[in-house]
Write a protein that binds this ligand. Sequence first.
Ligand code: 6PG
Length: 243
Amino acid sequence: MKIEIRKDPGALAEAVAQELVRISHEQPAGGPRAAVALSGGSTPKRMYEVLARPPLLAQVAWDRLELFFGDERAVPMKHPDSNFGVAKRALFDKAPVRAHRMRAEADADLEYEALIKEHVVTLGAGALPCFELILLGVGSDGHTASLFPGTAALKERSRLVVMNEVPQLRTRRMTFTYPLLNAAKRIFVLVTGAEKKDLVRGCLNPNVKRPSAESWPILGVQPVSGKITFWLDEPAAEGLRIG
Ligand code: 6PG
């Protein structure tokens, strides 16, 4: 596990965007596209805006990436809450991307799972689809993607994408499950803001008593063989004891 700290959300967004440029060029030209799962949230949105303008817009090898979403709200694309809609307005309308929307408003989780199984490479017979990169945010309640505390999707161990009832928000969402998240080659967890510093310390400081993943779902994101990097701004990283 790696920790990267930057001064503020803008610097963090810039650094993560640069990583995406680098990852895109790691993929062989003309080969299969690398699967990248995007996230909702304020920090990823800043990153989309950075990628949508010079110089990075022309630096990303867009034709070597295939974009997905790790979760989505049960709303149409034009709704302000749509993760895809936010990314479309910030980036997709300005860059030659190939991106797949989750039709969460139609409960089309099986459809999206089939799309991933068709398009995302596995690392061997019977292996799970392996994303080159999955971007995640973390809510102050410890949720990530749309894996919220105490919700049914936390227990899912065979499906890769499910609809998840979220009573605390009186809604349902579509989300990747832990098996798919933890099969990824790289996971970037983006966390900004002083309001999350206790959560960050609880997740990352050594020798602290941590709640279960049932209470803090981000704690269940433990890639089987991939690498996880926490990208933090200084306010979120305050009080972190990095061993
Ligand atoms: C969503 C996101 C969600 C988000 C966190 C953090 O659909 O809301 O996928 O998991 O990443 O809520 O959001 P912020 O970075 O804006 O705090």
